[in-house]
Write a protein that binds this ligand. Structure first.
Ligand code: THU
Length: 143
C-alpha cells in the first residue's frame, strides 16, 4: 500500500477532527477525512453523540455532508477513518450504504489510528451488495 503526500496530509486533518469528536457516551472517538473528485479540499468529520443515542452521527457521514454542502454531490477519491483504538476499525454499515450512493465501489478506504494508516480496503469489499443493487449472479431458477 503506497501512501501519497496527499493521503498523509489528509490523515493529519482527520486526526485533528478526531480531537473534536464529541463521544461522552461511548468514548469511541472517530475522525474522517474525505477527498472528492474535482477539488483539492479535504473534508473532515468527527462523530457527534447525543443523550438521545439515535441522534448520534458518525464521522464518515459528517465528512460527506460537509462535502455536499460545499460542492454538491461528487464522486469520491478516498476516505480515511481514524479511531482511538489499538486496531483501526471499518466504517459501520450505515456509513457504507451512504458511501455507496456516491461511489461505484472502487473507493479506497484507509483505516487508521493514532499510530498512522494501517490498512486499505475498497468499499466494494466491505459492502458488495448495497441496498438497491441486484445480486445478478444469484438469480433463482424455477423448476
Ligand atoms: N461511529 C462512527 O463515527 N463511525 C462508524 O463508522 C461507526 C461508529 C461512532 C458512532 C458513535 O459515536 C461511536 O462511534 C460508537 O458507535
Amino acid at each position: 500500500m503506497i501512501l501519497t503526500k496527499s493521503i498523509l496530509s489528509a490523515y493529519e486533518k482527520g486526526l485533528a477532527a478526531q480531537e473534536n469528536s464529541y463521544a461522552p457516551y461511548s468514548n469511541f472517538k472517530v475522525g474522517a477525512a474525505l477527498k472528492v473528485q474535482g477539488s483539492d479540499e479535504i473534508f473532515v468529520g468527527c462523530n457527534v453523540e447525543n443523550a438521545s443515542y439515535g441522534a448520534t452521527i458518525c464521522a464518515e457521514r459528517n465528512a460527506i455532508w460537509s462535502s455536499v454542502a460545499k460542492l454538491g454531490k461528487q464522486k469520491l477519491d478516498f476516505l480515511i477513518v481514524i479511531t482511538n483504538t489499538e486496531e483501526p476499525s471499518v466504517p459501520c454499515a450505515l456509513c457504507l450504504q451512504v458511501l455507496s450512493e456516491f461511489d461505484e465501489g472502487d473507493l479506497p478506504i484507509y483505516l487508521a489510528n493514532h499510530e498512522g494508516i494501517k490498512y486499505m480496503i475498497y468499499l466494494c469489499e466491505l459492502l458488495p451488495r448495497p441496498f438497491t443493487s441486484f445480486p445478478k449472479n444469484n438469480e433463482v431458477v424455477i423448476e
